[in-house]
Design a protein around this ligand. Structure first.
Ligand code: ADP
Ligand code: MG
Length: 267
């Protein structure tokens, strides 16, 4: 990428992504994006030599602020690898990624503090909930806002609000081990939303949920996207929620193909 387009992309990163005008589109123009997610020519090879696996060959993706896109593909097609690269959990091999108005990767990381990037800018929802066993449900959700400097009472209030929206507030004082799998997953979704990150990456978030709860989760994600101008990628093969996406990326053999979705309202 040229020095000119890089400096334009970084210059756009003034302030926090949440402050971005919702009406400004990413438009797919390199260097002028001011929110959302832009991925170009992303490649990831695991290992080397004879045992190397090319999990991502060339992934191109665009998610506007305020948009929820589905990422669908068969097992082993590279979905989790893509989310882990974008979430700065693993290092890509080549390509470019822009996240919430800043280029974060261009054939190498452009952000020095990847831990802060993950903490402040990305909400993760994984298949397994990974809750902290010795904290109660409320504090599991309130922890990240507290670490980001929010007053404890306010962080707990926000946690309760999210737990209520996810229909799990009655378990607020319980420990994670006392919850069912579905309840744990809803708590982990509340936690991902707690910091109002500009980007949410969800890997099969509704897999353990019944259909009513799965739709409740998707409703929350769509509302979050709209109200906080969050850019959200949902990896799924859940037939119940796929019709709710307006745009879907199919991934096959490490390559993405965009397709229109049905965009059925879930409100
Ligand atoms: P999906 O999430 O779509 O099922 P993954 O991203 O997990 O796919 O995997 C894509 C490909 O990369 C698969 O062939 C998988 O075996 C391989 N892969 C994933 N993680 C690793 C790893 N840590 N080391 C080597 N190969 C891996
Ligand atoms: Mg996976």
């Amino acid at each position: 990428m040229s020095a000119v387009s890089r400096s334009a992309g970084l210059a756009a990163a003034v302030g926090r992504a949440q402050a971005v005008q919702p009406s400004v589109p990413l438009a797919g123009v390199a260097g002028v994006a001011v929110g959302g997610i832009l991925i170009e020519g992303l490649r990831k090879v695991y290992g080397r030599g004879d045992t190397a696996v090319e999990a991502l060959k060339s992934v191109n993706m665009l998610v506007h602020p305020g948009e929820v896109v589905g990422l669908v593909g068969p097992s082993g097609s590279g979905k989790s690898t893509l989310l882990k690269c974008l979430g700065a959990i693993i290092e890509p091999t080549a390509g470019r990624m822009q996240l919430g108005s800043e280029w974060i990767y261009d054939d190498g990381w452009l952000v020095r503090d990847l831990r802060a990037l993950r903490r402040d800018r990305i909400g993760f929802v994984f298949q397994a909930p990974y809750l902290i066993p010795f904290l109660n449900v409320t504090d599991n959700v309130a922890l990240l806002p507290m670490l980001a400097g929010m007053a404890n009472t306010r962080a707990r209030d926000r946690a309760l609000e999210l737990l209520t929206a996810l229909d799990v507030a009655h378990r607020a004082a319980a420990r994670p081990s006392q919850l069912s799998g579905g309840e744990q997953q809803r708590v982990s979704i509340a936690r991902a939303l707690a910091n109002r990150p500009p980007v949410i990456l969800a890997d099969e978030p509704t897999a353990p949920l019944d259909s009513e709860r799965a739709l409740a989760v998707v409703r929350i994600l769509h509302r979050m996207a709209r109200e906080a101008q969050t850019a959200i990628i949902v990896v799924t093969h859940d037939e119940k929620i796929i019709p709710t996406f307006k745009r879907i990326y199919h991934i096959r053999d490490g390559q993405t193909h965009e397709e229109a979705g049905q965009g059925v309202p879930v409100e």
